[in-house]
Ligand binder design. Structure first.
Ligand code: SAH
Ligand code: DHB
Ligand code: MG
Length: 249
């Protein structure tokens, strides 16, 4: 039997009522109230920001999938970086540089962000968005599969990182968590996006590569001595998902 999570429309054994709202893809069904509340909060807590709006618009115009963190989530990453006093940040999964800009704005003068992106066409859009944000000095986007780039970072003079944001191909999440810890110091903050996926994470029979990768990441996190983590489940414009937030002891 499938776990009683929402989603999986049409599954033969799906006895959950179909919720109202719109299908968001990986975020599952989004209840309209989640979007209404996100809008309510964004109006009050976020400043209008042409640079970020343009980054989203140009990413969409270039055909990138609209899967960047939401504005409120971007600010969450920004605040986490500031709260932890991060000066050197690693991001895995750049897309159009939206989360990169939020993170790079949080580091003090002399700080830096290195962001790893598989696709040159995504990196190109990201670099343009980062340049418009005036952040090119402190951000490097490195192109290629992250599992190829990660082993080169130390030789390039990066690390230990103060904060690592993992948001790429979820099937590799266990490897990314390993690398995050390898490139960390005591106190490094590790954040992983999309760890709930409208509840599919709790379904042992799900079988999808991204879900399996994140499940294996949790199994690994449980085994690693010296890594303390929790998950905040989230709802909003991206549907129902969650962030892992961890600290290297
Ligand atoms: N962090 C971004 C969203 C990233 S979307 C934001 O919130 O704004 C995930 C990105 O990971 C995509 O651009 C995808 O091309 C990239 N990606 C997928 N597989 C990858 C890999 N093996 N190595 C590096 N990046 C990868
Ligand atoms: C997808 C990837 C993400 O990182 C995200 O936040 C939402 C969706 C995706 O691949 O569908
Ligand atoms: Mg994500």
């Amino acid at each position: 039997m499938s776990a009683p999570h929402q989603g999986a429309p049409g599954a033969a054994d799906d006895v959950t009522p179909t919720p109202s709202g719109t299908w968001t893809g990986s975020g599952g069904y989004a209840d309209p109230i989640w979007e209404t509340v996100d809008d309510y909060l964004a109006i009050r807590l976020l400043n209008g920001d042409d640079v970020l709006d343009d980054a989203v618009a140009d990413s969409a115009a270039a055909g990138l999938p609209p899967i960047q963190v939401s504005p409120l989530q971007g600010k969450f990453l920004h605040l986490l970086a500031q709260l932890s006093g991060a000066r050197e940040i690693l991001e895995i999964g750049t897309l159009g540089g939206y989360s990169t800009i939020w993170l790079a704005r949080a580091v003090p003068a002399g700080g830096r962000v290195v962001s790893l992106e598989l696709l040159p066409e995504h990196a190109e859009v990201a670099r343009a968005n980062i340049a418009r944000a005036g952040l090119s000095e402190r951000v490097r986007v490195l192109v290629g599969p992250a599992l190829g780039t990660l082993p080169t970072l130390r030789d390039l003079g990066y690390g230990p990182f103060d904060l690592v944001f993992i948001d790429a191909d979820k099937g590799n999440n266990p490897y990314y968590l390993r690398w995050a810890i390898d490139l960390a110091r005591s106190g490094t903050v590790v954040v992983v996006d999309n760890v709930v996926r409208h509840g599919s994470i709790a379904d042992p029979d799900n079988g999808a590569d991204d879900v399996r990768g994140t499940q294996e990441m949790f199994n690994l996190a449980a085994q690693i001595d010296g890594f303390d983590a929790t998950v905040l489940q989230t709802v909003g414009v991206k549907g129902y998902d969650g962030f892992l937030i961890g600290r290297v002891r």
